[in-house]
Structures are given as C-alpha cells and as structure tokens.
Ligand binder design. Structure first.
Ligand code: NAP
Length: 489
C-alpha cells in the first residue's frame, strides 16, 4: 500500500466491531486521512481471524496499536498476552506501522520479533501524563521536544487546551497529526476536514509564523476560517490557530520567541492584555483595550492595537458618506462631526465606539444596563450617560445615529431588540455590533422605518482586515476576505 513519508494525517479508530472499523476507515479516507490508527484494544472479537480480516481489508495505510492501559480486558497477564499476539499478527501481515507501549517494546520476545521484520515500521509510545493539559503554557515542552529530537517524533497533548500541540506540531518538526472524523469530535483534536480545508498543514514549515486568537472560550472563533485561507491567498507563510488561554500574562511570559508573531485578543483578555504589551497604540490606550497584538520583527517588542474602533466607526462613516453623496454630491470631513451618537453598551465594543465617535467630533450619549459603567465611559469621552430605562423615550432630535454595542439581540436571543420600532424613527442610521445573526431584529425594524442600517458583519470584516494588515505588514486581500466572511454568516 502506497505511503508518503512527509507529514501524515492520521485518524484514530476506536470501534467495537471489525465491520464498524472498516466502515470508519472508508469515511476517514473520504475526509482526507492518510493513515488510520486501528486501536485493536477497542475491538470485541471472538477469534484472531477477525483481526486478520481487518488488517487484510484495510483501505488506508495503518498503524496497528493496542494500548495496555486503556484496555477493558481484565487481568494484566491476559491483556499483555493478547496485545503481544495481535501485534505479532500485524507484523506478520506487513502492516505499515505497529505502535506499542514502551513496556511492550522492551519485552525480549517482542524485541527479537521486531528485529527480524523489516517491512513494518515501529512506533514506541510513552504516555508521560494521561491527564489533559491544564494550561496552554504546559505545551511549551512539547514544542521543545519536537524541535530537538533527532529521530521522527510524534508528540502531542490531549484536551481542549492541547489543540495547538497538534496544529503547530509540523512547524516544530512533528511528522504526524491526528484528526477526528467529522461526527466523532474529540476535545483538542482537529477534525480531518478542518486539517484539509482550513489549516492545510502540508504548507507549514519551520519558517511559518504563528498567529492566533487568545481567548476563553475560543471554540466559536471564525478567525481560523478567515485568516488561514487569506495567508495562502497572499502567499504569506503563516498559520492562525485558536489558543485557549486562561492567564494572558503567563502566556506571554512562556511564548516569547519570534515564531509567535501576532495575536487577536478576545473575551475576557482585551483589557488585561494592555498590561502585557511593551507599547500600546494611543487610541487603544485611551480605550483601555487591545484586540490585536503584534510582535515587532525588528526588536521582538509586543505592540497592542485596537482595530474594533476604526472598524465600527469607518463602517458608520462610509454608510453616511454614501448617503450624503447620493443626496447632495458633497463629502464632508467626517459625517459624524456634530452628530448625536446614541450608544447602547459600555463594554469593550462600546468603549471602542465611544472613543472613535468622540475623535470624529460626535456628541456621545451612553445608555448601559450598569449605569455606573456608562457614567465612567461618558466622563472619559466628555459625553453624557443617561438611565438605561429612558432609552426608548430619548428623542431630542431627529437624524441621530444609534449604535448598539450591547449583547442584546445576539443568538440565541435573536428575538430581542434594545429599542422599540417606534423609537427608531428618530434615527438616520442604525448600527448593530451584534453579528450573529447577521440581520438582527434591531436592523430589520430600523430598515422598516426607513433608517440606513450597518451590520456588525461589516465591523467584523473591517476589524479582521485591520488585523491582517498588522500581522502581515500591509497585505490584506479585501475582496477575498469579504467573500469568505459573507459565506460564513
Ligand atoms: N462586529 C464585531 O466585529 C464585534 C466586535 C466586538 C464585539 N461585538 C459584539 O458586540 C457585543 C458586545 O461585545 P463586547 O465585546 O463589548 O462585550 P462586553 O465587553 O462583555 O460588554 C457587553 C455589553 O453588553 C451589555 N449587556 C449584556 N447583556 C445585556 C442585557 N441582557 N441587557 C442589557 N445589556 C446587556 C453589557 O452591559 P453591562 O455593562 O450592564 O453588563 C455591556 O455593555 C457582542 O454582541 C459582541 O458579539 C461585535
């Protein structure tokens, strides 16, 4: 059976029956696996001939393994005997790889057997710690081992925080990555489909720059499906991975090399990350939050930025400008200058909008569920905070701008809106930072009363473009990235 020697993607198969394992192998092949690991310890069978049938009928090059520690077979002696017997059978049938625990490989009887068989390659495994890793920083030794080992090494950690040990393994010299079947998710293991369609690890090498979203939780991130294809589209040698980070300071103390070149910063680290930067862009400093950190190539310093601000404000400005050009044929410096911007929310997105609007000369009125938070932000931008309950009655003038930067209307509460349809009549333009769903109830109702609407998806695209430019030093394939985002929402 043909087998390539470069990086391989393997799917581990744990099945109760031989038939099920053969069927799963076919699916793994269709989803892009190069190799299947046949976990014989998971099988129930009455005679060795069934295992022989499995190996003979395999449709993918295979690793035959039998894990002693997880087997259900009762006595130690029985378990080891079964293991030795089946692994020998695999050698006799010239399977591509046999994997065995260090304990089994060091048995005299097995060592002799292995020595006399040259067709099958041997993988010796050692489970240093069977528990999941507790922190992403625990993975640093895995990368050190991979970089320094003189022989082919498969080294990885399991659990959701272990994911980057798989995705970044090939950069540090790893020869094999595990991927799960699409309907059998395993925490910390990428799916075969994501490896083939999103990460494309065959393009990763020692020079690949690592980027990622540091956040907790991190599973929802659309970043990988956007940035990875964009890197390839522009010919930039980079990979973007989700990084589940608990302690942002410890993360930056641990991953200090220039390989880790840039980061998107998500909930709940946007504020704490400011303190981890060597330099912070003045706007991000005033906002008090960074959503992007880049390791400057010239001196390795961490520089923090906030691309949320420009993304949301420029999306609003462009929509107003378009309207003005259509109406009057005249473009003003900032169409927000002198306008009243009513802001709902005083969290990260709210702060970015408030500082951006202030910088454009708008008058900022803030409504937030937690009034004290609204008051503090209003003070910082020389604006005004009003009680949240009075939002619907606040109609001092017509033609105002409304910006929702609260989580109201976000899935699963997509039937909610922060403002009544009637109150929306006072606004010329309504912006919603919420982007799941794309067309929120607030935007639908605003459109119905004749306001210009700007979706959070537009902000999302623009902040991602801003990040991509900072990551790559200028490149950003706008049309390509727009298309990718619009396909995802
Ligand atoms: N489009 C984009 O690119 C983009 C970027 C960033 C954020 N966002 C979206 O913007 C929204 C806010 O994100 P964030 O990062 O600013 O989050 P955040 O820092 O956690 O702030 C959440 C804000 O929502 C308010 N809020 C939450 N639940 C509420 C409820 N049931 N009723 C009233 N107010 C409520 C909070 O009010 P309290 O202060 O009273 O808790 C706070 O003002 C989210 O929907 C997020 O997905 C979009």
């Amino acid at each position: 059976m043909a087998f390539k020697n470069s990086l391989s993607v393997c799917t581990p198969l744990e099945c109760e029956s031989v038939g099920e394992m053969l069927a799963s192998m076919k699916r793994a092949e269709a989803e892009g696996a190069d190799l299947a690991e046949l976990r014989l310890d998971s099988l129930s069978f009455s005679h060795d001939s069934e295992v022989e049938k499995l190996i003979k009928h395999r449709t993918l090059p295979s690793i035959v393994s039998f894990r002693l520690k997880t087997s259900g077979i009762s006595s130690n002696r029985d378990r080891k005997n079964t293991c030795l017997q089946l692994l020998r059978l695999a050698f006799d049938l010239n399977v591509e790889f046999v994997e065995m625990d260090y304990e089994v490989a060091s048995e005299d009887v097995m060592a002799e057997y292995v020595y006399n068989r040259s067709n099958t390659k041997l993988i010796v495994s050692s489970y240093v710690n069977v528990l999941d890793v507790e922190k992403i920083t625990d993975l640093a030794p895995v990368f050190t081992m991979l970089s320094h080992c003189q022989m082919p090494l498969i080294a990885l950690a399991v659990g959701s925080r272990g994911l980057i040990s798989q995705l970044l393994g090939p950069k540090f010299g790893g020869v094999l990555v595990y991927g799960s079947l699409s309907d059998k998710a395993v925490p910390g293991m990428p799916t075969l489909l994501s490896l083939r369609q999103v990460y494309k690890l065959e393009y990763i090498n020692a020079d690949t720059k690592v980027f990622g979203l540091i956040s907790n939780p991190v599973g929802h991130s659309k970043g990988p499906i956007l940035h990875n294809p964009a890197f390839r589209h522009t010919g930039y040698n980079g990979i973007y991975v989700p990084m589940q980070v608990d302690d942002v300071k410890e993360f930056f103390w641990t991953y200090t090399s220039s390989d880790f070149a840039g980061f998107s910063v998500g909930i709940p680290h946007k504020e704490a990350a400011v303190g981890c930067c060597d330099e912070v862009h003045p706007l991000a400093k005033s906002i008090g939050a960074v959503n992007t950190i880049v390791r400057r190539p010239t001196d390795g310093k961490l520089v923090g930025y906030n691309t949320d601000c420009d993304a949301s404000i420029s999306a609003i400005e462009d929509a107003l400008t378009e309207r003005r050009i259509t109406q009057k044929g005249v473009v003003e410096a900032s169409p927000l200058a002198g306008k009243t911007l009513v802001l709902i929310g005083a969290g990260g997105a709210g702060r970015a909008l408030a500082f951006g609007a202030k910088s454009r000369g708008a008058r900022v009125i803030i409504f937030n569920r937690d009034y004290e938070r609204a008051r503090a932000l209003a003070k910082a931008v020389s604006g005004e905070a009003l009680p949240y309950e009075s939002l619907d009655r606040f109609r001092p003038e017509n033609g105002m701008i409304l910006a929702n930067a609260s989580a109201i209307g976000m899935e699963p509460n997509s039937d909610q809106s922060p403002v009544s349809k009637e109150a929306l009549k006072a606004y010329e333009l309504v912006f919603d930072a919420v982007y799941t769903p794309r067309n929120t109830r607030l935007l639908q109702e605003a459109k119905e009363v004749g306001a210009v609407v700007v979706s959070g998806v537009e902000m999302f695209i623009r902040q991602a473009l801003g990040q991509f430019r900072l990551f790559t030093g200028g490149l950003a394939p706008e049309a390509f990235m727009r298309k990718l985002v619009l396909e995802q929402f």
